[in-house]
Design a binder for this molecule. Structure first.
Ligand code: NAP
Length: 259
């Protein structure tokens, strides 16, 4: 299927690895020019070079922390008026509900709620003026069903979801769509770190921790960043203009819901 977005320009945040990279790769395959971001410059440059070589599109790399004002300003300076915005950042640390301080909450809200909101506020006006735009926010399955150890994520990301639900319906008449992708467990560095933590806590091997988590997923495996990226590219395509303010779970069936 031709996604109809060849030559469009996209900002993809937190994209040197994992799900952000999966989205960047899929958009590049569809012919989209990219500005990608991550904190670590070396891995980011390597990813940019690999995507350029594989897909033959322009890829600019802007190293910086997207959860800071300076990081976002650098990203927007490199691409002030993208046609496509994919927001993403690292997830907050796990813990117990009673342990988190106000500062912990502020950090999580900054990273997983206020950062995507600031990027949307900066880029939506030009998209609306041009009459076309696509925003995809990478959130989490925690938005549909809370993950007990990830209370900071549960709290911050549901706030973003509420903002998107209202805003998506205000910009849709200008040809701009905003949707959220809700990952379940995917095969990325974050999943590896969570497996390592579970293995340590349970006194088992990381491979056994992974097998135990895979057994909780109806698909009996972790998702692949490329599969996730393909869903993102579809939501950014010309075919997805009537999909507004939705929350798409990509979790191998792990969240036990009827709808
Ligand atoms: P990952 O494999 O650890 O990759 C994270 C990417 O984001 C890296 O490129 C990292 O590069 C970049 N990054 C992290 N913090 C950043 C920041 N403050 N500013 C700019 N770049 C940043 O993570 P992932 O698994 O793809 O997860 C992506 C998001 O999805 C996270 O919010 C995670 O909580 C959420 N999620 C993931 C899963 C899963 O199973 N993978 C499930 C549910 C939700 P640098 O470190 O160099 O900055």
């Amino acid at each position: 299927m031709d996604l109809g977005i060849r030559g469009r320009r996209a900002i993809v945040c937190a994209a040197s690895k994992g799900l952000g990279r999966g989205c960047a790769e899929a958009l590049a395959e569809a012919g989209v020019e990219l500005v990608i971001n991550a904190r670590g410059a070396e891995a980011l440059e390597a990813t940019a070079a690999a995507i350029r070589e594989r897909h033959g599109v322009a890829v600019a790399a802007v190293a910086g922390d997207v959860t800071t004002e300076a990081g976002r300003a650098a990203l927007l300076a490199a691409c002030p008026d993208p046609d496509i915005l994919v927001t993403n950042a690292g997830g907050p640390p796990p813990g117990l509900w009673s342990d988190w301080s106000r500062d912990d909450f502020i950090r999580a809200l900054d990273a997983n709620k206020l950062t995507p909101i600031a990027l949307m506020q900066a880029t939506l006006p030009a998209m609306m003026e041009r009459g076309w735009g696509r925003v995809v926010n990478i959130t989490s399955q925690a938005v549909r069903a809370p993950i007990p150890a990830l209370g900071l994520s549960n709290a911050a990301r549901t706030g973003l979801t509420g903002f998107v639900a209202g805003t998506a319906r205000q910009v849709a008449e200008k040809g701009v769509t905003i949707n959220n992708l809700l990952p379940g467990i995917h095969d990325t560095a974050r999943a590896e770190a969570l497996d390592a933590g579970a293995a340590k806590a349970g006194g088992i091997a990381p491979a056994d921790a992974r097998r135990a988590r895979e057994a909780t997923i109806p698909a009996r495996r972790y998702g692949a960043p490329a599969e996730f990226g393909a869903a993102c590219a579809f939501l950014c395509s010309i075919h997805a203009g009537f999909i507004i303010g939705q929350n798409l779970l990509i979790d191998g069936g792990a969240t036990n819901l009827t709808m």
